[in-house]
Design a protein around this ligand. Structure first.
Ligand code: PRP
Length: 212
């Protein structure tokens, strides 16, 4: 039996994912060692290999087959636009992708004004404004703390993740339009799904079972 390789988005999501795997009897003790510098962790019993990657790289590893499976947020899946199969909604890290800004920007959106949109997710922003709303906008890519943009006058609105809404509230901004709900998903490489169908389907069924 060959190893199945699973790419996890490092951070809280990886930790929560491993807790979920433990519920279906798959554990990985060596991953719990906080001092380790190892990148790959093995579960010999189930012939599984886990590795931690930057969230944005997980879809890339899975599309190329360097990982058979991956666990990553829907935001990253949409932004990266890789060819993969999305098989399970893990119902973790639930939040929303939204257009946000000061209340005054509402009118600009309503009248399809040529506005500037700052985002860590330029592809999601582009798809929403160009393909869904048919509104021409200028997209400005940022790398974080995107809420700053409308405050300092870089853009009229932002496209960003809203979880509790606290960041918006504390900065005088609000949700203007909801783009889509987000949560962590399990993704699978197309070829792996065919070659290792039985093992992968069993894993998916077990996960769905503990999730329901
Ligand atoms: C995310 C997101 C918002 C915030 C939303 O940022 O980009 O800024 O969390 O959460 P809230 O609705 O609960 O306030 P993150 O903490 O990932 O950092 P970033 O600003 O560097 O993207």
């Amino acid at each position: 039996m060959r190893y199945l390789t699973i790419a996890l988005a490092k951070g809280r999501l990886a930790k929560n994912t491993m807790e979920l795997f433990e519920k279906i009897g798959i554990s990985c003790e060596e991953m719990k060692d906080k001092t380790t510098r190892k990148l790959i962790f093995v579960n010999e019993e189930y012939k599984l290999k886990f590795f931690l990657a930057k969230a944005g790289d997980v879809p890339t590893y899975v599309e190329y087959g360097a990982a058979d499976l991956g666990v990553v947020g829907k935001d990253t899946i949409l932004e990266e636009g890789r060819k993969l199969l999305e098989v399970v909604d893990l119902n973790m890290g639930k939040c929303k992708m939204c257009v946000c800004g000061p209340k005054s920007a509402e009118e600009l959106l309503k009248h399809h004004e040529m506005i500037r949109v700052a985002s860590k997710y330029p592809n999601i922003a582009k798809d929403y404004f160009y393909n869904k709303k048919h509104q021409t906008v200028e997209i400005i890519k940022l790398n974080g703390s995107v809420e700053l943009a409308p405050i300092v006058g870089l853009s009229e609105v932002i496209v960003d993740i809203v979880e509790t809404g606290a960041t918006l509230r504390e900065n005088g901004l609000t949700v203007l339009e909801e783009i889509c709900p987000l949560s962590a998903r399990m993704v699978v490489n197309h070829v792996s799904m065919q070659m290792e169908n039985e093992r992968i389907m069993k894993l998916i069924a077990d996960l769905k079972n503990v999730l329901s």
